[in-house]
Design a protein around this ligand. Structure first.
Ligand code: FE2
Ligand code: FE2
Length: 277
């Protein structure tokens, strides 16, 4: 299949965004995470630019640096999008929120996961894979550190075990190629981090565990579909996945966050990021 047009990441722009001082202090792993988040930010900008509003004055480079430093001083880089200062007014959630409500009111535009899931759908992959792709990075709205593990935990009570297993291990697997499915080590990582990048030992160990597991392909296909999730200016519609969600996500009647599941508090956190204690 022909590769899609992916968003361009200019090394210098990326480094400038992160901050030269900050990049020097980062491990390779942190830089890989930072790149992925930067790409998603650029992707969402490509379908829903933030410009035009009253609060969106264009900052000169000095002001931009001050604003960035202020933001960095306030929020560690592993902080989820909903906890970053961005001036966005969150709409209230319904009393018994569904996954669809979370997509529309908290995860939107969710461009990257929708594109990944759409690729899985259009290439006739199993519904469990489509579901996994749809959910694989939504936890980045809450937390970015070790997002495969957090992301799996978030959805574990509501999906087939293979779906959450795949989400957990997609994060370590993305650093390791698998020619059998056409997944190459992302060229982007070479350009940004250099050819000598070596993932941390716990990442390697998780990869080796997953590689030898009968469910390996559940995680591997997420990493493959992920590479189709960075197409500029494409915003897939959530509606095409509503039936698949209905069949593959056990929506609690009390609403996500109110069913006393092991991850209910995480859904409440996403619903109410401004609530203290
Ligand atoms: Fe991911
Ligand atoms: Fe992803």
């Amino acid at each position: 299949m022909e590769r899609p047009k992916v968003i361009e990441v200019d090394r210098r722009t990326f480094l400038a965004t992160v901050g030269v001082g900050a990049i020097g202090a980062m491990s390779h792993e942190d830089r890989a995470e930072e790149l992925e988040h930067y790409m998603m930010h650029k992707l969402e900008e490509s379908v829903a630019p933030h410009g035009g509003g009253e609060d969106s004055a264009i900052l000169d480079p000095y002001e931009a640096r001050l604003a960035r430093e202020e933001q960095e001083a306030r929020a560690p880089r592993g902080t989820g999008n909903l906890f970053m200062p961005n001036g966005r007014q969150l709409e209230p959630m319904p009393a018994r929120p569904t996954l669809e409500d979370f997509f529309r009111l908290r995860f939107a535009p969710a461009t990257h996961v929708l594109q990944s899931a759409q690729h899985a759908l259009q290439t006739d992959q199993p519904e469990s894979t489509i579901m996994a792709c749809l959910l694989h990075d939504v936890v980045l709205n809450m937390i970015k550190v070790d997002h495969g593990w957090w992301g799996a935990q978030l959805v574990e009570p509501y999906v087939d075990e293979k779906v959450s297993w795949g989400i957990r291990y997609h994060a370590p697997l993305r650093f390791y190629p698998d020619e059998s499915v056409g997944y190459e080590y992302p060229e982007m990582y070479n350009r940004i981090f250099g050819e000598d990048y070596v993932p941390e030992p716990y990442i390697r160990e998780a990869y080796e565990y997953a590689r030898d597991h009968p469910w390996y392909m559940e995680a591997r296909m997420i990493t493959l579909n992920d590479t189709y999730g960075f197409q500029e200016g494409v915003q897939p519609d959530l509606d095409q996945f509503i039936d698949i969600i209905g069949r593959n996500f056990r929506q609690p009647p009390e609403g996500l966050g109110y069913d006393n599941s092991p991850s209910a508090h995480m859904w409440r956190t996403i619903a109410n990021p401004n609530r203290p204690l």
